[in-house]
Design a protein around this ligand. Structure first.
Ligand code: HEM
Length: 150
């Protein structure tokens, strides 16, 4: 935690703090957006409520999810190079999960566009199950980076 020998020097704890802050923003967005989809799924296509959800979802994707994911990746990679994490098992597992979470965000974008065009594909139950993915992934990632079991 306080290893200041990497190229980041004294900036290291600040970069780490910023990384964790943007992780919070990112995961908050990933928990919020699929919940919006559950409510949106229940509306009638073309209604005023439908249009309101489309706008809320668009803003959540563009203002929270997109920028937060970018900053988390940028700072996370800086930290990884700084501590030489690429040789460590826990980091490989974390990277795999983070790539999966980024893919999940891609799926959210595609699904949102489908909802916005009036399609109501997939059951509400499927959506609710998809909702659990970011919470579970975040918990496993936190164990990987803090416990570092391998
Ligand atoms: C997007 C790609 C990501 C990369 C490349 C990355 C990389 C890293 C690295 C290398 C560290 C260790 C820093 C150190 O100990 O000096 C770290 C710390 C941390 N990361 Fe990430 N990370 C990413 C995303 C995430 C995500 C999605 C989460 C949570 C869901 C997360 C949570 C954390 C936490 C809590 C720490 C602090 C652990 C500590 O006390 O050292 N990171 N990250």
């Amino acid at each position: 935690m306080t290893d200041l020998t990497g190229f980041l020097g004294n900036a290291y704890p600040w970069v780490l703090a910023a990384h964790v802050t943007f992780v919070i923003y990112w995961i908050a967005g990933l928990l919020l957006l699929p919940r919006f989809y559950v409510y949106h799924h229940e509306t009638t296509a073309g209604s005023a409520e439908d249009r309101a959800w489309i706008e809320r979802e668009r803003r959540t994707r563009n203002i929270i999810l997109g920028p937060a994911m970018f900053v988390v990746w940028a700072l996370g990679l800086l930290l990884a190079f700084n501590i030489g994490a690429f040789e460590e098992g826990w980091f490989h597992a974390k990277l795999a999960l983070v790539i999966a979470l980024s893919g999940y965000q891609g799926w959210l974008g595609v699904y949102g566009k489908r909802l916005a065009s009036g399609k109501r594909s997939g059951s509400n139950r499927t959506l609710r199950i998809m909702n659990e993915i970011p919470g579970v992934a975040a918990a496993v990632i936190v164990v990987l980076v803090i416990v570092r079991p391998f």
